[in-house]
Design a protein. Structure first.
Length: 81
């Protein structure tokens, strides 16, 4: 199965980082990292998220509704700098 990262010559970092109450929460395709300054906890993904997404698309079983996807798209456009 062809994945997006294989189309590029180098891997790209895709992540969301939230900073709150003395913690940093980083969500990425590799998992979740929670940093408190004193300790770091990492929860790694079990399956390749690109593969899960590709299989759902090919089997015509999207992981979200069209309405949810459109709201996410609108939010991303609104937060662009």
């Amino acid at each position: 199965m062809l994945r997006a990262r294989h189309l590029l010559q180098a891997s790209q970092a895709i992540q969301l980082q939230l900073i709150y109450s003395g913690r940093v929460l980083t969500l990425s395709e590799q998992g979740v990292r929670i940093e408190t300054g004193r300790e770091t906890t990492e929860l790694r993904t079990i399956q390749d998220p690109f593969e899960v997404e590709d299989k759902a698309f090919l089997n015509d079983k999207p992981l979200s509704t069209y309405a949810d996807a459109l709201e996410t798209h609108r939010l991303c456009l609104a937060t662009r700098i």
